[in-house]
Design a protein around this ligand. Structure first.
Ligand code: SAH
Length: 464
């Protein structure tokens, strides 16, 4: 096979100009179409690069010197930015981040979705006024160093846990509780779980904070279902933090890097904490999905509601509904809402939340959206509007097919992965729908994560 197919060579130097970023935040430059990935460079920048690894379809390079710097480059404020890897964009100005996310959505819509950007508006990303300290959930792996517990993040490409005192995108309340739990447990001789030996006990600490209610939940993820020094540890946490309303233990006996196990027990207080988004109050239990950026969640849901254009007469389906957050937003303006979600605890929360808010026009079903919605359709449930908010892998094909059969007038697609959004929009477009506009909303400032909501209408409606 001719070697000339790869246009760069290991240990050689090249002058490159960067066009894009990978999902991990590395700069992407191309040499005769062949992609080179380099850390710590931004789109629009040029640099001298040494090639350090050549693979079949791409290569990795090391930044030797920047020859042209982006005007949007800034000093990353976090001292552990490079080691942590949790944020990827701190060295890009916030305006630069918002522009980048808008462009990213445009790029995938045209490249993956083959959609015509002349007829679809991709709006500028809606960002935060203060894009720091926004996360309402901390979830940290626990390890040991010199006899004491440490908790924070895995050093990149290793299983070593680096201790973190403070995270700049985390709400300070969460950092405080994580620090205290670590210290209290350390003092009581609690041992951290060790992946290599599958011994030890404490695997993860999760803390959730209801920004509006001020209520907090602490979750201990442990290898076994015992709890050494339980009474003393609980007593110390609750006496120091009056906001803690719920302490929960999740048991994960498996040798796995999946965080949670199947069994969850309340150790103290409530099974859930409360929080509000807009006028709606939510009960949130340990295993339920709840958006991590409360301020931007309101922005996102308001946009979804606007795109749904409800008059009060519609039947709406909310697929991938979690604890019914979007469903209940919609229920305020629709005749009837059906929500579906795969996690049974989340559906329990959703039902409780409908009751809590006096919304008796919402009904919820447990199961895979791609199974439950086709069944509903067979039973004669027909939606005027369908809202989908799937995980990163996007909508299942069977669900898209049911949407095409059911022909709701509107589809509102809330997406945390522009790539799968673009793929699914293409299917809907080929089936008679038209994407009208897409609004990126910055739910995850300082990171590469990009959220967007799309308004899609059935074509006959616009042709009529
Ligand atoms: N709309 C909610 C949740 C969105 S996150 C909110 O904004 O809070 C996506 C949700 O999809 C998660 O709750 C996850 O448990 C659920 N999920 C994942 N795969 C699913 C499937 N095949 N069918 C239904 N729900 C699924």
């Amino acid at each position: 096979m001719p070697k000339t197919e790869v246009p760069v060579q290991k240990n050689e130097y090249y002058d490159l100009t960067f066009e894009d970023l990978t999902h991990e935040g590395a700069g992407v430059a191309k040499v005769q179409g062949f992609p080179i990935f380099v850390q710590n460079v931004l789109p629009g920048e040029s640099a001298k690069v040494k090639i350090i690894k050549v693979k079949k379809g791409f290569a990795f390079g090391r930044l030797m010197a920047l020859t042209e710097e982006s005007p949007e480059r800034v000093e990353a404020p976090c001292p552990i930015y490079k080691e942590c890897g949790g944020c990827q964009l701190q060295h890009l100005s916030y305006k630069g981040q918002l522009d980048f996310k808008q462009k990213q959505v445009e790029n995938v819509l045209s490249r993956i979705g083959k959609l015509d950007l002349d007829r679809i508006t991709v709006h500028p990303t809606l960002g935060m006024n203060d894009p720091w300290n926004y996360r309402n959930k901390a979830q940290v792996p626990v390890g040991e160093r010199e006899g004491a517990l440490v908790a924070g993040f895995y050093q990149q490409r290793s299983h070593e846990i680096i201790d973190m005192q403070k995270c700049l995108i985390q709400q300070a309340e969460n950092d405080d509780v994580v620090q205290a739990v670590k210290e209290i447990c350390s003092r009581r001789g609690i041992r951290a779980y060790k992946e290599e030996t599958h011994k030890g006990w404490l695997r993860h600490i999760m803390v959730r904070y209801g920004q509006v209610s001020g209520e907090m939940m602490v979750v201990f993820v442990t290898r076994t279902n015992d709890f050494p020094h339980k009474t003393e540890i609980i007593e110390e946490i609750t006496s120091r933090f009056g906001q803690v309303k719920s302490i929960v233990q999740n048991i994960n006996i498996k040798r796995t890097n999946v965080i949670f196990g199947d069994e969850t027990n309340v150790l103290w207080g409530e099974e859930y904490i409360y929080d509000s988004i807009g006028d709606i109050r939510f009960a949130i239990s340990a295993r339920s999905f709840y958006q991590v950026n409360p301020e931007q969640t309101k922005v996102l849901y308001d946009k979804a509601l606007e795109y749904a254009e409800l008059t009060g007469e519609e039947t709406v389906i909310d697929a991938y509904c979690g604890i019914g957050t979007i469903s209940l937003f919609l229920a305020q303006k629709a005749k009837k809402v059906y929500g579906v979600e795969i996690v049974p605890e989340a559906i329990e929360d959703a039902k409780r939340n409908a009751e809590l808010n006096g919304l008796n026009n919402a009904e919820f079903g447990v199961g895979e959206a791609e199974v439950v919605i086709p069944n509903w359709y067979k039973q004669g449930i027909k939606a005027d509007t369908i809202v989908v908010d799937p995980p990163r892998k996007g909508c299942d094909e069977a669900l898209l097919k049911t949407i095409l059969d059911m022909k709701p007038k509107r589809v509102v697609y809330v997406s945390c992965n522009p790539g799968t959004l673009a793929r699914d929009l293409q299917v809907l477009e080929q089936g008679g729908y038209e994407t009208v506009e897409v609004q990126p909303v910055d739910m995850f400032p300082q990171t590469m994560h990009c959220e967007a909501v799309a308004k899609i209408v059935l074509k006959e409606e616009t042709d009529a």
